[in-house]
Design a protein around this ligand. Structure first.
Ligand SMILES: [Zn+2]
Length: 293
């Protein structure tokens, strides 16, 4: 962008500055990763202060944002509905594991639904953060990394598919930078095929998991499974004041149009309920475990 004051193009790369300047090079073992501030790039004149980010405020972002690109160069777009100046922000990601595609139908349903432009909620949606895996109908990305084991919180090299380092994948980096800029108050990320909402066994997400299970008609989590490492939910829930739920939809044969409509409505309802959400900050030293697929 030549000047911050000029009209923004329809699609703007929001996250790229943050990606190239820290999120890759820094070993993201600690929860301080989210604090990385995007550094100015392509600035024709020196910034007034070295810490001024080039990323414009969320309220000035275009309705469609290029979050980043996959390992094979496929674009990952996010789309906004609702009020750009709303104080509450919801982000829903349809697909992270490429062979668990049902969530994309929910995203498309949300995108086809009118969300009030004068309300206090903006809803952002990403169809898939793993377009290469989706194209190949595989769980992992094109570099054989499980993106839901690649996030920095609790990352372990011993976990199969974790990647060469925490946050090593372009898709992971893109989402981390985007989430760091957007700072959503709530997130839903869809998987298959456990037919349940995870998060009920976690002090922070429990009330929202129970509520979302009721809204969606999915089961609530039973608390007997082992926690996984490097998940997106652990990273978000440890670093942001809001809540992220990992939502396990049923197997594709049971994903009917009627259920997709119900799940779409659940997103809309949850977004409205965000207005009353009290986002109590969590401390980075208090990591939140996530039991996720
Ligand atoms: Zn999954």
């Amino acid at each position: 962008m030549p000047k911050a004051s000029s009209a923004l193009p329809v699609t703007t790369v929001i996250a790229s500055a943050a990606i190239g300047l820290g999120l890759v090079a820094t070993p993201l073992e600690s929860a301080t990763a989210v604090e990385v501030t995007p550094t100015p790039v392509e600035s024709p004149v020196p910034s007034p202060t070295p810490t001024t980010p080039t990323t414009p405020p969320v309220s000035l972002w275009p309705a469609t944002v290029l979050v980043g690109t996959s390992a094979l160069g496929r674009p990952i777009y996010a789309q906004r509905q609702g009020n750009p100046t709303a104080s509450k922000v919801l982000l829903a990601v349809g697909v992270i594991h490429g062979n668990e595609k049902a969530g994309k139908k929910i995203i498309n349903g949300v995108r086809a639904t009118q969300i009030p432009a004068d309300g206090d909620v903006q809803v952002w949606t990403i169809q898939s953060m793993n377009p290469d895996g989706m194209a190949a109908n595989k769980r992992r990305n094109a570099r054989s990394v499980d993106l839901n084991r690649n996030f920095p919180t609790g990352w372990s090299p011993r976990t199969p598919g974790a990647g060469v380092s925490a946050g090593s994948e372009p898709e992971t980096q893109a989402l981390m930078a985007f989430m760091g800029d957007l700072r959503p108050d709530a997130m839903f990320v869809y998987h298959q095929d456990w037919n349940m909402v995870l998060g009920a066994c976690n002090w922070k997400t429990r009330p929202y998991a129970l509520r979302y299970a009721k809204l969606t008609g999915l089961k609530k989590e039973s608390c007997a499974r082992a926690a996984y490492t490097g998940t997106m939910g652990s990273w978000y829930n440890s670093n942001f004041p809001g809540y992220m739920l990992t939502v396990e939809l049923p197997g594709s044969r049971k994903v009917t149009a009627k259920k997709v409509t119900k799940w779409r409505d659940s997103v809309i309802t949850a977004s409205r309920e965000l207005v009353d959400l009290d986002t109590t900050p969590v401390t980075p030293a208090d990591p939140v475990t996530d039991e996720t697929n």
